[in-house]
Design a protein around this ligand. Structure first.
Ligand SMILES: Cc1ncc(COP(=O)(O)O)c(C=O)c1O
Length: 439
């Protein structure tokens, strides 16, 4: 009689009750997802007892790996005192003070439950403050899951239009035309065409939203010139410059914005600031954030949320951020740089056309000689190398390495030379294995 493994059985059950067999598409794999049994530090064990080193960090959100003892202890202590109240808490005040100290562009902030919510409310605050309704975002940039911000998240050659002036493409059927008209799409890091587009909409833009190192485009930082010029343009045209640092906050002590000469007006955060629990936050200039103050003179935007600022996410997040101090950031980035050089060595030895992007504690591989310059180049490259990419990721999973489907690797503070040496070794054998599939 055939012996089915526990993950096969779970997937059969899952398909009957969850569309596609899961609640989030990222976990789906063929022939079935990996089902976690437990995880600690950088290691995850599945329901069959197989162990992996986890370079996904739940898509970049676990800066100290899984179940860090200090975070577990802080959460356990808080759980005994209650998990959510309809009254305020001390930890909310303490965490807000801490973040404002840590991020120079923050005068005030609000806590929410996800990165999606953070971006959504940041946009609504921009509209409330400027009195304008349109926003601009980059083609191919991912900012979460709701209509406005999904516009042109994943366009294709049949609908993306002229590269100099990309179309606003709906992500799902039935998106109202008004939504599409309200989102102006920019070619990432292409200064000349970006400025032409902005000029054409100069009276209408509440904000220009930029992920300074967009993972779905190419995981390459926007140039200083690009960011500075947009910043200056927004000063002149009554618009705001907003950063989405839901992923990139981990690369420096105060986020990737530390690298630029300008302070964004508003910034959205998520992922690592929850210490492994659901969270989002956005913050920025005092005068802008005043639109949220119900007793202030400029109140325009009532914002509530049942689980916003719940003490579990906040105590976990505050503990995680205090542990991720400047030394921890530096050490983690140095370890990741070492991994980068090991992977480069593997590329050279295997002689495969692979390039790398990402900075700080993030590495993304591209199955092309050079890092794609924009979303469209990345699209063609990924389409072309689909088979090699799939085989590469399958090989890594089979050999005990979890990474993100975009070929991204997120490092965490519990990693040591041991884990990156194993990674380099597996990556080299994976390159050798998939070399025949490169196009
Ligand atoms: C840049 C960016 N913004 C926003 C989000 C949405 O965050 P969440 O999944 O917490 O809603 C993500 C998620 O990956 C992201 O990468």
């Amino acid at each position: 009689m055939t012996q089915f493994k526990k993950d096969e059985i779970l997937y059969e059950r899952a398909k009957k009750v969850l569309p596609g067999g899961a609640s989030r598409n990222q976990v789906l794999r063929q022939p079935h997802p990996v089902y976690a049994a437990s995880a600690s530090g950088s290691y995850l064990t599945d329901v069959n007892g197989k162990q992996y080193i986890d370079f996904s960090a739940n898509i970049g959100s676990l800066i100290h790996g899984h179940a860090h003892p200090k975070i577990v202890e802080a959460v356990y202590e808080q759980m005994k005192k209650g998990t959510a109240y309809m009254v305020a808490t001390e930890v909310e005040v303490e965490y807000a003070e801490y973040m404002i100290e840590r991020i120079p562009s923050f005068g005030k902030l609000r806590f929410l439950n996800s990165g999606t919510e953070a971006v959504m409310h940041l946009i609504k605050v921009s509209r409330a403050f400027t009195g304008k309704s349109k926003i601009a975002k980059c083609e191919g940039a991912y900012h979460g899951t709701y209509d406005v911000i999904e516009v042109s998240e994943k366009p294709n050659p049949s609908n993306w239009g002229d590269k100099k002036r990309p179309n606003s493409v709906p992500h799902t059927p039935g998106v109202p035309k008004g939504v599409l008209d309200s989102v102006i799409v920019l070619p990432f890091n292409d200064l000349e065409n970006t400025m032409n587009i902005l000029e054409a909409h100069k009276n209408d833009l509440a904000c220009v939203l930029i992920d300074p190192m967009p993972h779905r485009i190419n995981m390459e930082p926007a140039s200083k010139e690009y960011v500075n010029t947009i910043y200056e343009w927004t000063r002149k045209n009554g618009s705001l410059l907003c950063f989405d640092e839901v992923i990139t906050f981990r690369v420096n002590y105060s986020g990737l914005q530390e690298y630029y000469n300008v302070k964004p007006d508003l910034t959205s955060l998520g992922k690592i600031i929850g210490g492994g629990f659901p969270i989002g936050a956005f913050g920025g200039r005092d005068d802008i954030m005043e639109v949220l103050d119900p007793i202030g003179k400029y109140y325009k935007y009532p914002l509530s949320g049942t689980f916003s600022a719940n003490p579990i996410s906040l105590i976990a997040g505050l503990t995680a951020m205090k542990l991720f101090d400047q030394d921890a950031v530096n050490n983690l980035n140095a370890l990741t740089d070492k991994a980068r050089s090991f992977i480069q060595e593997a590329i050279n030895i295997a002689q495969v056309p692979v390039s790398m992007s990402g900075i700080g504690s993030i590495i993304r591989l591209h199955f092309s000689d050079k890092v794609p310059a924009d979303y469209r180049e990345n699209y063609f490259n990924e389409t072309n190398q689909k088979e090699a990419i799939k085989k590469f990721i399958d090989y890594l999973y089979d050999n005990g390495i979890i990474c993100v489907n975009s070929l991204s690797f997120f490092f965490n503070t519990t990693m040591t030379d041991k884990e990156i040496e194993i990674l380099a070794d597996k990556v080299l054998s994976a390159f050798r294995e998939v070399k025949p599939y490169f196009k």
